[in-house]
Ligand binder design. Structure first.
Ligand SMILES: Nc1nc2c(ncn2[C@@H]2O[C@H](COP(=O)(O)OP(=O)(O)OP(=O)(O)O)[C@@H](O)[C@H]2O)c(=O)[nH]1
Ligand SMILES: [Mg+2]
Length: 245
């Protein structure tokens, strides 16, 4: 199977080079039963992130790059990434992965192992036993991280503890290919797209598994998530509950 790890980046020059080196140079060599690739979707980072990616893709031909014209939100970046992975790169499986070391590259192997066990949708979950978020996070940061997922669980009754986790694996055939991979159809261009995609995947009957992950502190650069994401998540949850059927 062809598995593409999609990584959105905005100003990740301190992280992206080492991350690509680790995933393409080490982790992929430890997965022998699939054809692995990376797709970076860079939101026109002014810090030179795309240049670092190009240099790495000269060493590792399975590193691909989309250069967006501007920063358009993480949801928009993933839509562009999933479309390209499915239509141009021929992906059978897509993995969502952050570009700042908050996800452990070793967890890619654990996601793929669950796909090999027959799951269509594997969620790296911070809020199941064994999962965690950084202990040093301030209370407001913990609240921000928990709010969207908890609201989705309660209001939509989703049987998942971490709806907004950024680490996910999705089977393409019958599932990711049927997601609304179109900016005019998706309900949010920001983080809340994750709630909609989870909702749609479960509705399609994806065989789903949550595995615990340690969500680490970002290593360099700065966060792009804001308090506005709370209201955006709430908006998406309410639309899914009361408008969209
Ligand atoms: N292309 C693109 N990438 C983005 C955009 N916003 C965020 N990203 C990337 O998406 C990933 C997740 O964003 P983060 O800012 O780390 O969000 P977060 O993990 O919730 O926040 P922190 O815990 O503070 O890092 C990172 O690799 C970002 O560089 C965007 O508008 N466009
Ligand atoms: Mg982050």
């Amino acid at each position: 199977m062809k598995i593409i790890v999609i990584i959105p980046t905005y100003n990740e020059k301190e992280n992206v080079g080492r991350l690509l080196e680790n995933i393409a140079g080490k982790i992929f060599k430890e997965i022998s039963n699939h054809q692995m690739g990376i797709l970076i979707v860079d939101g026109a980072s002014p810090d030179g992130t795309a240049g670092i990616v190009k240099a790495k893709s000269a060493i590792y031909p399975n590193i691909n790059l989309i250069e967006e014209k501007e920063k358009r939100g993480i949801g928009s970046a993933y839509i562009a990434g999933m479309k390209c992975a499915i239509e141009k790169l021929g992906a059978d499986v897509v993995i969502e992965f952050d570009g700042d070391w908050q996800h452990d590259p070793n967890d890619i192997k654990r996601l793929v192992a669950e796909f090999d066990n027959g799951y269509d949708y594997v969620i790296g979950s911070r809020y199941v036993p064994g999962g965690s978020i950084p202990t040093e996070w301030a209370l407001w940061r913990k609240f921000l991280s928990r709010f969207g997922g908890l609201t989705a669980k309660i209001v939509l009754g989703l049987p998942v503890n971490d709806a907004t986790s950024g680490l996910k694996l999705s089977r393409v055939k019958n599932f990711a290919e049927r997601l609304p991979l179109d900016e005019n159809k998706v309900l949010s261009k920001y983080y809340a797209y994750k709630i909609q995609f989870l909702y749609e995947m479960l509705k399609m009957g994806a065989k789903t598994k949550e595995i615990p992950i340690q969500f680490l502190e970002r290593q360099g650069g700065s966060s792009k998530s804001t308090l506005k994401d709370i209201f955006d998540s709430l908006r998406v949850v309410l639309i899914l509950r009361f408008v969209k059927k």
